[in-house]
Design a protein around this ligand. Structure first.
Ligand SMILES: [Zn+2]
Length: 454
């Protein structure tokens, strides 16, 4: 008997956290913080677990919305065993420490106790890790079944260390995709799917509302980006690429470097900064350990200047340059937000967005602005005249919706639970899946609503 309950990230891209009761064993899948909320509001609904058995937390990957609430969960349930891939553990060590300072700045709520550096150190030490395809036992203390419950990670092709998670009990298989990408990026290769059929599939739906034909394949998008970059650079302008420091920075740094090496992109200075540079090292250490392209490419060795070492932003426009700055959605007070304001007034330069923009983020305003517009990035500040070029590219780390349907086709589930998408995305996925297979049951997850699978 398997019970499913969502604690967050059910019908939105939020604080992803799902609970499974597998024959009496309590397994929590992911433990993220809501990217748009602060304080207690940003945490998954842990109180829903109060009367339930809890044994394990399995983390699919190290993005904030899948990982960053883990220290708060462990404070509440210190007995939980944590499991992930070695790469996610290594990245978590960097990002969870980094998050403390950000939380301290954001949160003034006195009922919300932020964890300490010492607590993170202890937490990291307690994280067990298993490589892809290494089966391991997760049978809990209260298991009512005589057979063991096992789990196995499959490469999800989303960011370094990302995993789809299979849970097997009495020949009943439940597969959670986490964030999954079937297509190859510059560094990472596409996901590996289980070869067996599954009973229940918990499926992410990020691109469920986006027509697949409107999304170019990576290689085609790359051609367009290089063409646009060369135009700006050869006209003495500089290009700002707002990127997430985990995943997108590494992919875009590798992309820009390789295009320059092949002589397709004009050679100019590349600027990077911050925690993303430390994450580059984790990508480098693991270049033979995971299924990736360009195994010889060492990101740390790519010639790059540090944005924190420049004397003034004038330097970035003195000669043409390419600047990779976090955050990807130009969230207020981040480096990309500060630089975007500087860029907007530069006639010869350009801001090229390369990924997902939430419609409430400053990045969304920038991405939709065109030369001659006036935009206001912060309430208290005056309008900015848009003088630079703004173009949007899509280098996705998530599967297109036709690929999500391919996952359903391959795994042949009896039940599909749709998560990690807005209402429109979940609707499209749901109706398309029902049309695919007679008798298939499709559920859209809701926080607090329990689902039961035999
Ligand atoms: Zn992710």
């Amino acid at each position: 008997m398997i019970k499913y309950l969502s604690l967050g990230g059910a019908n939105e891209i939020g604080a992803n956290c799902h609970y499974l009761n597998v024959n009496g064993t309590g397994i929590i899948l992911d433990c993220g913080m809501h990217p748009k909320r602060v304080g207690l509001e940003a945490l998954p609904k842990f109180e829903l677990l109060d009367d339930k058995p809890t044994d394990y937390v399995l983390i699919s990957h190290a993005h904030q919305d899948h990982l960053n609430a883990l220290p708060f969960l462990i404070k509440k349930f210190p007995h939980l065993k944590i499991l992930t891939t070695p790469q996610t553990r290594a990245i978590a060590e960097l990002t969870l420490r980094n998050a403390i300072n950000i939380l301290k700045d954001q949160i003034k709520d006195e009922s919300f106790t932020i964890y300490s550096h010492e607590e993170v150190d202890l937490l990291i030490k307690s994280i067990a890790y298993k490589s892809y395809h290494e089966e391991f036992d997760v049978t809990g203390l209260n298991s009512v079944s005589s057979s063991n419950i096992t789990t196995e990670f499959f490469d999800a092709g989303h960011i370094l260390g990302s995993a789809g998670i299979m849970i097997t009990a009495d020949n009943t298989k439940t597969f959670y995709t986490g964030d999954i990408n079937l297509s190859s990026q510059t560094i990472l290769k596409g996901a590996t799917l289980p070869s067996s059929n599954v009973n229940t599939l918990i499926l992410e739906c990020t691109y469920g509302a986006t027509d697949s034909s409107s999304l170019n394949p990576w290689e085609k998008e790359l051609e367009l980006l290089v063409l646009s970059m060369n135009k700006v650079i050869n006209n003495d302008g500089s290009v700002l690429l707002p990127v997430f420091s985990l995943g997108k920075l590494q992919e875009m740094l590798a992309t820009v470097h390789l295009q320059m090496q092949m002589g397709k992109l004009t050679n100019v200075d590349i600027y990077t900064a911050g925690i993303g540079k430390k994450i580059n090292r984790v990508y480098d250490y693991n270049r033979y350990a995971v299924n990736r392209n360009e195994k010889e490419l060492i990101l740390h060795d790519v010639n790059q200047k540090d944005l924190y070492e420049i004397k003034s932003t004038e330097e970035l426009f003195k000669y043409p340059s390419i600047v990779l700055a976090s955050s990807g959605m130009m969230v207020e007070s981040t480096l990309s937000f500060i630089l975007a304001k500087r860029w907007l007034s530069q006639k010869k330069s350009a801001i090229f967005t390369v990924g997902y923009m939430d419609d409430e983020s400053p990045g969304y305003l920038v991405a939709n602005a065109r030369k001659g517009d006036k935009i206001k990035l912060k309430e208290s500040e005056k309008d900015i005249d848009v003088k630079c070029e703004v173009k949007n590219f899509n280098f996705s780390a998530h599967s297109r919706r036709d690929e999500l349907l391919k996952i359903v086709k391959k795994l042949k589930p009896d039940n599909v639970v749709l998560v990690h998408g807005d209402a429109e995305a979940i609707d499209w996925m749901g109706s398309s899946i029902i049309k695919m297979k007679k008798g298939i049951k499709v559920y859209s997850a809701r926080i607090g609503k329990e689902l039961l699978f035999a």
